[in-house]
Design a protein around this ligand. Structure first.
Ligand code: FPP
Ligand code: ZN
Length: 423
């Protein structure tokens, strides 16, 4: 459905949504005012140039930016030398959202590169010769499933991957990010995501994990990185999506989670903040808005919402306006907020959030709400894995034909960590 609604951010009443400090100036209130001011400037310039505003996704510019990034990265990316599978994933997922095919030779080069990131201890490292880590393991498996070729699937050594997952599993059900590393709820999601996609879940692998994740939900309603910490969108997404994979999301306090996440959409900006009293950021368009389809389904299964519930519980149009008007670099790539530089992480998660808003955000659940021209429409994304839904189905189909490796549990864990110590 191609509609051109009156833009919310150009309505006469939009200024009523501005932040009011009630005469209490703090570092936080000043920062918030600065952000709103910068957004106001962007909107003013846009309005001066466009007599009838119709936000446009800069498809071609984003495509060129992404295509170049797959082969050449600037010096600015040196600091991501331990996150190279992430760069593959961010770029490949952005391209699939834009429905831009990856040439076969390029796909094969990515497979060969990711094979070099595969660690002898199982799992993937941030770069060739580095230690295995759950975050690049998640990114590499997602990237390979997006490519979805036999060559890509064959890069994953499922037995070794399972050994690696056991090597980072903790007795309380949590996971450390890497051998000798920190625990937080990201790791549970990364482990659940790769294990479910590749069909290596054994009875022992996630024993205790749902309860550990549930203990991260705090009085705010969202989840912190570990029990007792402040609720944050990134961790809340990870914990909730991991529970969905493990079939235990109904054990969350769903209503308080819903209240927390919907309160994170900013009144003036339209985008989401990651935590209470912090600033809007384009990447939360996915980490926060991506929670809403998960929550909607969980509440539906709980009988809390019915098929006649006519809303996805967030302002899809406001989010699309924020992404399209405030987060696009005119030369391609997307960003956190006006004044910030573009990067591949924000390009991936702004586009993922835009896709969620288009496909899951409409008041009429059976129709999409694509703000602006029809050409703004992105491909849908799977709200649990954040890759194309058909790529998830294809991976399930491929790996579910293969047997689940035997559960070598604790013995393997001990062997894997001592091997890691020697590297
Ligand atoms: C900023 O915190 C943190 C982020 C923008 C990333 C959050 C995302 C995650 C934790 C999810 C990671 C997911 C996987 C799969 C590994 P900040 O304190 O700088 O920013 P804030 O002020 O917005 O809270
Ligand atoms: Zn961000």
């Amino acid at each position: 459905m191609d509609i051109s609604p009156r833009l919310r951010c150009f309505s006469d009443s939009h200024h009523l949504e501005e932040f009011k400090d009630e005469d209490v100036r703090t570092v936080t209130s000043v920062e918030q005012e600065k952000v709103e001011h910068s957004i106001k400037e962007v909107l003013n310039v846009y309005q001066q140039i466009h007599s009838s505003p119709q936000p446009t996704l800069l498809r071609e510019q984003h495509y060129q930016y992404l295509k170049k990034g797959l082969r050449h990265l600037s010096d600015a990316y040196e600091c991501l030398d331990a996150s190279r599978p992430w760069l593959c994933y961010w770029i490949l997922h952005s391209l699939e959202l834009l429905e831009e095919p990856v040439p076969a030779s390029m796909a094969s080069d990515v497979c060969q590169f990711l094979a070099r990131c595969r660690s002898p201890t199982g799992g993937f490292a941030g770069g060739p010769g580095q230690h295995a880590h759950l975050a690049p393991t998640y990114a590499a498996v997602n990237a390979l499933c997006i490519l979805g070729t036999e060559e890509a699937y064959d890069v994953i050594d499922r037995e070794k991957l399972l050994d690696f997952l056991f090597s980072v599993k903790q007795p309380d059900g949590s996971f450390i990010m890497h051998v000798g590393g920190e625990v937080d709820v990201r790791s549970a999601y990364c482990a659940a995501s790769v294990a479910s996609l590749t069909n290596i879940i054994t009875p022992a692998l996630f024993e205790g994990t749902p309860n550990w994740i549930l203990s991260c939900q705090n009085w705010e309603g969202g989840l912190g990185g570990v029990p007792g910490l402040e609720a944050h969108g990134g961790y809340t997404f990870c914990g909730t999506a991991a529970l969905v994979i493990l079939g235990k999301e109904h054990m969350l306090d769903l209503k308080s989670l819903l209240r927390w996440v919907t309160s994170r959409q900013m009144r003036y900006e339209g985008g989401f903040q990651g935590r209470c009293n912090k600033l809007v950021d384009g990447c939360y368009s996915f980490w926060q808005a991506g929670l809403l389809p998960l929550l909607h389904r969980a509440l539906f299964n709980d009988g809390e919402v019915t098929l006649s519930t006519k809303s996805w519980m967030f302002e899809s149009q406001a989010l699309q306006e924020y992404i399209l008007l405030c987060c696009q670099n005119p030369g391609g790539g997307l960003l956190d907020k006006p004044g910030k530089a573009r990067d591949f992480y924000h390009t991936c998660y702004c586009l993922s959030g835009l896709s969620i808003a288009q496909h899951f955000g409409n008041k009429d659940l059976h129709n999409e709400l694509v703000l602006g021209k029809e050409e703004n429409r992105l491909a849908p994304t799977h709200p649990v894995y954040n890759i194309g839904p058909e790529k998830v189905a294809q991976a399930f189909q491929h790996f579910h034909k293969l047997p689940v490796p035997t559960d070598r549990g604790a013995a393997t864990a001990a062997a894997a960590s001592s091997t890691e110590d020697q590297l």
